[in-house]
Design a protein around this ligand. Structure first.
Ligand code: PRT
Ligand code: MG
Length: 228
């Protein structure tokens, strides 16, 4: 007898994990241990044929693309930088929502710099997104790749602007920065390895459909609450 296939789901700790958990619960899936309180990277669930692997947010698409995981949850920001090759993206989960923006010091006149077609220095972790955004505006930009704390770049003179994610806006405000342009709305997507979907369809399809349904229900509730 061949052993039953195992479904592996790649998640990152933090907001992606926190927001995905309720959707998995709707599909009857509950992790056996809390990754925030454990050093384990492979997390069993209440279903013997399903396990979670905990990876860096930017590594989730890579795991799914190369079959290290069958499913994953990754932000649109991360997927745009990865490029999406070899990934099926069937569901916008509408979780971990935020905005990709251009931000600058509050005393920096971005509209004037754009109007004068000044050559800008932009610091970001999202190189591809930034390059495409400024290219579409016809602006020449020197990109400076950073791996974190982008907010510091305009304050130290490293860059004129940053391209970064914003949620509440508290981080920008605390550092005397303002969003001067919105690039896109970002939310997390369910991603699937296409070969795994073919091979394990009987297990994966119902799981994908249930998670999609749970996400749709959560979105409807949220919109209802927002409109009173
Ligand atoms: O932290 P690590 O370096 O391990 O990886 P990561 O930063 O990629 O992971 P994580 O868990 O921080 O983010 C995972 C995903 O959550 C991102 O890829 C986004 O799709 C999504 N997300 C949603 C966010 C935010 N909201 C967000 N606010 N990711 C990051 N932030 C950061 C933002 O960059 C800024 O530094 O939070 C800070 C701003 O928050 P506000 O509320 O002060 O505006
Ligand atoms: Mg982070």
């Amino acid at each position: 007898m061949t052993p039953a296939p195992i479904i592996t789901i790649a998640l990152s700790k933090g907001r992606i994990y926190d927001d995905t958990l309720p959707l998995l619960a709707q599909a009857g899936l509950v992790p056996a241990i809390d990754p925030e309180r454990s050093r384990k990277l492979i997390i069993p669930t209440n279903r013997p044929d399903v396990r979670l692997v905990i990876v860096r947010a930017t590594d989730v698409p890579t795991y799914v693309q190369f079959g290290g995981a069958d499913l994953g949850v990754a932000g649109k920001d991360v997927l745009d930088e990865h490029g999406g090759d070899g990934l099926y993206q069937p569901v916008d989960l509408d979780i971990a929502r935020c905005r990709m923006v251009v931000a600058a010091r509050s005393d920096f006149d971005y509209p004037a710099a754009v109007a004068q077609r000044r050559r800008l220095r932009a610091a970001t972790k999202f190189e591809r997104t930034a390059r495409e955004h400024f290219a579409a505006k016809g602006l020449h930009v020197d990109l400076i790749k950073l791996y974190g704390s982008m907010e510091l770049a305009p304050l130290t003179g490293l860059a004129d602007v940053i391209v970064d994610l914003v949620d509440t806006g508290n981080t920008l405000k605390a550092n005397n920065l303002v969003a001067v342009e919105e690039i896109s709305l970002v939310s997390a997507r369910l991603i699937v390895n296409p070969a795994a979907l073919r091979l394990k369809r009987a297990l994966l399809r119902p799981l994908i459909d249930t998670v999609a349904q749970a996400a749709a229900t959560a979105r409807a509730r949220r919109l209802e609450a927002a409109h009173g």
